[in-house]
Design a protein around this ligand. Structure first.
Ligand code: IPM
Ligand code: MG
Length: 359
């Protein structure tokens, strides 16, 4: 019997549905070329779910994801919901789905495509050879700690707590070491151990687990220094592992090394093979509906899904090669075009990539 993979598809808001639409074409082409089979089902998520169901993460959407082998997500959010209360914000749905699906690990690769070096704000010689992965802890830390307001001596105060336990640190750190073993065998653990207690615990755990990975060259980097080193010597990093909020900030910085956040894919994983895949970029409400967004990050997220959840390395390679071929041929969406007048649209970029896919 054919092994049909179930994929929950959450287009979300802004450019989300349009970039996901192009990724679905890639899935279809993969079926034709490689004989793999996918069953996709769409769910409401984010702002659109707030409008239609009164909550950013409706129960039926969560169940759809729980019953799937993988989730493909577009993007959520937009000005329309920015002033809503916490429960009615798209971002709350995003944090909720990560927590509910146990996706404690967020993997964000940042590799510089040679032909796009000129799109970065950094000098090409600094970027030369940059190929790194940020492994971000995704379900703990200050994002999920207790939050409240109270009356202090000088009026209202707000409190966000940052909590990490040993198990939470161990599982993400171990995963980062495992990834480093499959790549350049270099791991930078990023913390703020000179100030924060959670960081001191983090560092203790890293040092202990490092004993299991004698081949991996480990460095501890303070987060402020890491922000600087990423701009100074990006190519010296291989795998970076860090806690939730540091990872949020550093992964945006790492994304910009590549010239366009429109190129970067991400995976959020838990203990098993199940994963949620999404572009690193947001919903870009300013360009939504104009057909000019870059679908490459979402298309590359499908390749990441093939590699990490399904083990379809041949199809993943076909997608990655097709993207490279199309870029090498000079095709660009507006965000990565040096000559904006020659930029192509979302659908055209998707079609070119699909056409370039080969077995
Ligand atoms: C990200 C985003 C989210 C985060 C926001 C939208 C809640 O910035 O995925 O990096 O902070 O995790
Ligand atoms: Mg972020």
């Amino acid at each position: 019997m054919a092994d049909v993979k179930k994929i929950a598809v959450l287009g979300g808001d802004g450019i989300g549905p349009e970039v996901v639409g192009e990724a679905l074409k890639v899935l279809k082409k993969t079926e034709e070329l490689f004989g793999y089979q996918f069953e996709t089902e769409q769910g409401l998520f984010g702002g659109i779910a707030i409008d239609e169901k009164g909550t950013p993460l409706p129960q039926e959407t969560l169940e759809l994801c729980q019953g799937a082998d993988a989730v493909l997500l577009g993007a959520v959010g937009g000005p329309k919901w920015d002033n809503n209360s916490k429960e009615l914000r798209p971002e709350t749905g995003l944090l909720g789905i990560r927590k509910a699906l146990g996706l404690f690990s967020n993997i964000r690769p940042a590799n510089v495509f040679d032909c796009l070096k000129e799109a970065s704000t950094l000098k090409p010689e600094v970027l030369e050879g940059t190929d790194l992965i940020v492994v971000r802890e995704l379900t703990g830390g200050i994002y999920f700690g207790e939050k409240f307001r109270r009356e202090g001596e000088n009026g209202q105060e707000a409190v966000d707590t940052c909590v990490y336990n040993v198990t939470e640190v161990e599982r993400i750190v171990r995963q980062a070491f495992d990834i480093a073993m499959t790549r350049g065998k270099r791991l930078a653990s990023v913390d703020k151990a000179n100030v924060l207690e959670t960081s001191r615990l983090w560092r203790e755990v890293v040092i202990r687990i490092a004993e299991e990975y004698p081949e991996v060259e480990l460095e501890h980097v303070l987060v402020d220094n890491c922000a600087m080193q990423l701009l100074r010597r990006p190519s010296s990093f291989d795998v970076i592992v860090t806690e939730n909020m540091f990872g949020d900030i550093l992964s945006d910085e790492a994304a910009m090394l590549t010239g366009s956040i429109g190129m970067l894919s991400s995976a959020s994983l838990g203990e098993g093979s199940f994963g949620l895949y999404e572009p690193v970029h947001g919903s870009a409400p300013d360009i939504a509906g104009q057909g000019i967004s870059n679908p490459i990050a979402t298309i590359l997220s499908v390749a990441l899904m093939f590699r990490l959840t399904f083990g379809y390395h041949d199809a993943a390679q076909a997608i990655e090669d097709a993207v490279k071929e199309v870029l090498d041929a000079g095709h660009r969406t507006g965000d990565i075009a040096t000559d904006k007048s020659k930029a192509i649209g979302t659908t055209m970029m998707g079609d070119l990539i699909v056409a370039a896919m080969k077995k």
